[in-house]
Design a protein around this ligand. Structure first.
Ligand code: ZN
Length: 64
């Protein structure tokens, strides 16, 4: 997964695997402890505009 420049500085020095919190409802990939994410009701999303957009478009009706 390509990440932006805000990754944790010690990410590659830490031998402990990050704990998986669950699956993102936007991109369907795993959300790990320490990643920016949003939780509401039973929904888990990366704090990422692509994930948020995917989730909303999957769950809302497009009206024009
Ligand atoms: Zn996501």
């Amino acid at each position: 997964m390509i990440e932006n420049g805000m990754v944790l500085p010690h990410k590659y020095l830490d031998p402990v695997e990050p704990m998986e919190i669950g699956n993102c409802s936007g991109c369907e990939h795993s959300v790990y402890d320490g990643e920016d994410h949003l939780e509401f009701d039973d929904v888990l999303l990366h704090d990422d505009s692509t994930c948020l957009t995917n989730y909303i478009r999957d769950n809302a009706e497009v009206r024009r």
